[in-house]
Design a binder for this molecule. Sequence first.
Ligand SMILES: Cc1ncc(COP(=O)(O)O)c(C=O)c1O
Length: 433
Amino acid sequence: MSDQRELILDAVRAYHREAEAQRGFVPGVTEIWPSGAALDEDDRAALVEAALDLRIAAGKGARRFESEFARRLRRRKAHLTNSGSSANLLALSALTSHLLEDQRLKPGDEVITVAAAFPTTVNPILQNGLVPVFVDVELKTYNTTVDRVAQAIGPRTRAIMVAHALGNPFQATEIAQLAKEHDLFLIEDNCDAVGATYDGRATGSFGDLSTVSFYPAHHLTMGEGGCVLTSDLALARIVESMRDWGRDCWCEPGESDTCLKRFKYQMGTLPAGYDHKYIFSHVGYNLKATDLQAALGLSQLTKLDEFCATRRRNWRRLREGLDGVPWLILPEATERSDPSWFGFVITVDPQAPFSRAELTDHLESRRIGTRRLFAGNLTRHPAYLGKPQRVVGELQNSDLVTEQTFWVGVYPGITEEMADYVVTSVRDFVKGR
Ligand SMILES: Cc1ncc(COP(=O)(O)O)c(C=O)c1O
């Protein structure tokens, strides 16, 4: 490393330590965020190092992250994207590829999903001219169940696309088995659950495809970013093509002729020998992430176990601290799972002598950030009214979630002192009612 470079990176680390030293927790004054990035001096230095190298587009760093992350999640391939939403869009769009021949999803085919969801778990279904089939979730785990999914399967159903709710795995073994029996694709939206297991196996490794988000609220961050993972090499090729403008060529930027027949293809009605770099076999996008993002991701990846452990510890502290508080429905891990918590979900019993809004107002007044369980019942949002859809069963719990549910943070920036303050604040409020 050149002297200049070393000096700059040392200064960045020193700057980080100084900036962090000014932080302290004052109950009721310091903001307790529901989520946020946990960034240390190595992360800051990694970002600056990538900037010093001017690694501004996707390159070696992105590829290294992809291979390390795929290994980590026990998938053969990972493709970085610019967000978790883009990862969901790519994962589902890949299933419409002509390369899947008879297996491909066609307009009007159905995809089973849950009503109480994040919008971009569902949007790719509509964006691809497919029909979402909404099922309800359970309270306490906030996931749907294999029985509900089984009931929703109809003659046009071709896929299941669901998220592991707030880090809590859905019944992945059973749902993957159901998908197999009915010849359905399974996409796991693992954006909120990296590090979780079900039956001892990592979430994100059950589906044909799975997705991750690297937005700061998530277990690992790149600022913005996401990833599609799969062990199916044919699907991986499709994902890559659709992510990279729809091109047929698979040479990385800066590479040429890795297939040794760059000028020997004849595809579509193009003239023979048309440059393979510019032959497009999918109607694709450009959803790539940059090496700057990957540099941060690689640095964050070394701390994933620690991040997940802290999230679990914070969740347990809240769970134990709030145990027995009347009128609160507290969260529970799905049986046979080890969640990697995204947040701590609380549902206010509809019979409670106080409203959910009164409780969250009280917490917010103490600078404790609260969030809703994303959209609540998505079907009630303006964007989905009148859109093609099928609803199976009553969306009773999704409606309850819309009215009565919120969550508070467990991310690594939450200290024991903060968690205890959250517990005390909830207890104080309920006692006063
Ligand atoms: C379950 C789930 N899926 C997808 C996303 C979208 O990720 P991104 O914000 O990176 O687009 C989120 C965002 O928080 C999410 O919670």
